[in-house]
Design a protein around this ligand. Structure first.
Ligand code: NCD
Length: 324
């Protein structure tokens, strides 16, 4: 019998149970061994998917998938992850068809949905919304993007993909390119790089530079990085080129967006300046940052990255529900 506030009965709790019943709000919660564990469990999940398609690990559990912002990959991969683990999903992908449209607060909405579910995934347009929601919840909440804040599950799936593509994470060189100001995926990723002695090349127009708060965290963590405006400065020495979309929806005025959109576009010519074994990643959606003519290049890894998303989210769901 479940008691309120705990997700599942605790059988033989171990250090590996660290995430059981916990919220996942920021990558700051993860130390090196936590990340290694997520990657290891995700690898096992991939084997499960490849060999048997699905298992009943989370049978009887329900996920509430609550999205206040558009999403294709994050939303569907959490749903697919839950289904492949034998669980069920209550999905609200369009809050305008829910009581949010009647003025219901975030707090009331999440307290309602947690009454039906064992775990919740939340995407919201305001930075800090995940922490705000979590503060009134008793069930675990996974942050699927809070405004320009963080996107921790994307950063973990990006690391998983990078290890698959390069063969290791230790000491690799990654360029983060595009909108480093508003791009929450790079805010999360940049805060994990130090664990693997990764060197970051931060490439953006000056107006879309990495926020001071993220740089301060990187400095405090001893992250190795350099700052550039031109992609050509760094193109030839990379293990990973990580492209991002200019986050149009976060600009206060459209003229500022127009001034920087299309700052960097990866074309077959760009690819010819890259090493033969540099992998090209992008969290997607892409707008115009990567020419579709690049898609058949074996170094274009973004569709493989998408597949990694589901297995990493299977691992995270199993971990917070204490069944990993
Ligand atoms: C990203 C996001 O929502 O932050 N997408 C995603 O989750 N894969 C990136 C983006 O919207 O540009």
């Amino acid at each position: 019998m479940r008691s309120e506030g705990t997700v599942l009965p605790r059988f033989g709790a171990s250090p590996d149970d660290k995430f059981r019943g916990k919220h996942i709000l920021s990558v700051k919660q993860f130390d090196r061994s936590d990340i290694d564990r997520v990657l290891r469990v995700a690898h096992e999940m991939r084997t499960v998917v490849d060999v048997v398609g699905s298992i009943d690990l989370l049978k009887g559990c329900v996920l509430a998938n609550l999205f206040y912002e558009p999403s294709t990959r994050t939303s569907s991969s959490f749903i697919a992850a839950m289904q492949r683990l034998g669980g069920d999903v209550v999905a609200i992908n369009e809050v305008r068809y829910s009581s949010v449209a009647k003025g219901e607060t975030l707090e009331d909405t999440v307290r309602t949905l947690e009454a039906y579910a064992d775990v919740m995934v939340l995407r919201h347009h305001e930075e800090g919304a995940a922490a705000r929601a979590a503060s009134v919840m008793r069930k675990p909440l996974i942050n699927a993007g809070d405004g320009a804040g963080e996107h921790p599950t994307q950063a973990l799936l990006d690391l998983f993909t990078m290890r698959e593509e390069v063969g290791r994470l230790e000491g690799i060189e990654i360029a983060l390119v595009g909108d480093l100001k508003y791009g929450r995926t790079v805010h999360s990723l940049a805060r994990l790089a130090h664990y693997y002695d990764i060197t970051l090349r931060l490439v953006s127009p000056p107006s879309l530079a990495m926020p001071a708060s993220v740089l301060a965290d990187m400095d405090a963590l001893g992250t190795k990085y350099t700052v550039h405006e031109s992609l050509d400065d760094v193109l030839g020495s990379l293990d990973i080129l990580y492209m991002t979309r200019v986050q149009k929806e976060r600009f206060a005025n459209i003229a500022d967006y127009e001034a920087v959109k299309g700052s960097y576009v990866i074309t077959p010519k760009t690819m010819s300046g890259m090493r033969a074994n540099t992998a090209l990643l992008h969290p997607f959606p892409r707008v115009d940052e990567i020419d579709t003519a690049v898609d058949n290049d074996p170094r274009a890894a973004y569709f493989r990255e998408i597949a990694c998303g589901m297995v990493v989210r299977m691992a995270l769901l199993a971990m917070v529900l204490g069944r990993a």
